[in-house]
Design a binder for this molecule. Sequence first.
Ligand SMILES: Cc1cc2nc3c(=O)[nH]c(=O)nc-3n(C[C@H](O)[C@H](O)[C@H](O)COP(=O)(O)OP(=O)(O)OC[C@H]3O[C@@H](n4cnc5c(N)ncnc54)[C@H](O)[C@@H]3O)c2cc1C
Length: 402
Amino acid sequence: MSTSPVVNVDIVIVGGGIAGLWLLNDLRNRGYSAILLEATALGSGQTLASQGMIHGGIKYSLAGALSGASEAIADMPDHWRRCLRGAGAVDLRRVRVLSDHFYLWSTGAAGRMTAFLASKAVRGRVESVDADGRPPIFRAPGFSGSLYRLVDLVLDVPSLVAALADTCPDAIYSLAGAATAWTAADSGRLTLDLGTATGTQRLAPAAFVFAAGAGNAGLLATIGAVTPAMQRRPLHQVMVRHRYPHALHGHCLGRETTPRLTISSHPAGGGEQVWYLGGTLAEQGVGMAPDALIALARQELAALLPWVDLGPARWATLAVERAEPRQPRLLRPDQAFADWAGNGANALVAWPTKLTLCPHLADSVAARLGQRGIAPSGASVPVLALPRPPLASTPWEAAFGA
Ligand SMILES: Cc1cc2nc3c(=O)[nH]c(=O)nc-3n(C[C@H](O)[C@H](O)[C@H](O)COP(=O)(O)OP(=O)(O)OC[C@H]3O[C@@H](n4cnc5c(N)ncnc54)[C@H](O)[C@@H]3O)c2cc1C
């Protein structure tokens, strides 16, 4: 393998979660030469801990009105479906779709939500499901509530990470074992020296893109920038591995304006599946001991799905933080975020804020590059003297084994 000491490339992306991998594919499709550097394993951090829902924002409108968040995100499922067909900004044809729809159910009548869910404002994004159209889990005689089908879809996130990584095998590198040193010229232009046993290579791109999730704060501190500021919003998810035959991808409506319980279902080995539980349960669970949270989760399942008997099951929890641009009162951001580091460096800081919003993130990054006149240069993709990072495990593989 031939390597060169100074590496010219248009874009160096730092971080191999969904944001970095999506941007790598998207920017290359826009003609940029780009490489990606990952500290540990692809998809570690939030991406493989996510529920894989690509949603159109209805879950943000449970207050009974459309908000900024539900509007910004509304056309995202269509973007993703185009990519899944091979006709979008990135090629997701190899990604496994776990469910074509997400469901919204209530244990009794949907009350004040009924009129809103039937209204013109959400037409095309949500529809009431009659008894004949119900998925198997809601056909049980014990279910007497209301059921709605959303346009949202659920993806198998490991296959998403693998698909995005496999389309750029020549451009993804592991930083494990490399010494990194950042240098800023008086102009603010950054370079990154990568030291390995075989020597040092200096990366001198037109722009770095920090797409390192929670790692963006440390990267900004290292280059001496204090903005954009980051916030962390914690969750405590519950995982249950069992042999119950039916999958469930849905939100249970409660009295709150967020879903009382959100469940996604993920295939596990040996004919088992993992139900991954979030929503209000995961917000309430922050700071709770795992055993207490598992007891609460059992109670919630018994109350909201009383006809379901999971049989012998194994339980675990996952405490995880969402990393996002700081908002007043730590509110949830409405949109993907991309902006330049506040110290004038050529480092663009990116947080998708939702897996779903990656197409929006890519447009924002491209617009920011355009603002500084950074266009594809025609440079070829360089070769670094670094290995390829592995794919991370899912939280349930880590908790229960494969
Ligand atoms: C429990 C949970 C459920 C969620 N469910 C959904 C959902 O169903 N739908 C949805 O749309 N969104 C969901 N989200 C949000 C979504 O997961 C995140 O917005 C998204 O994964 C963030 O991706 P990211 O690439 O920015 O960060 P991350 O996934 O955290 O990836 C960051 C990557 O950068 C690497 N890194 C860190 N520091 C460095 C460094 N210094 N150098 C190099 N690499 C570095 C890390 O190792 C990691 O690989 C969920 C989030 C959580 C926590």
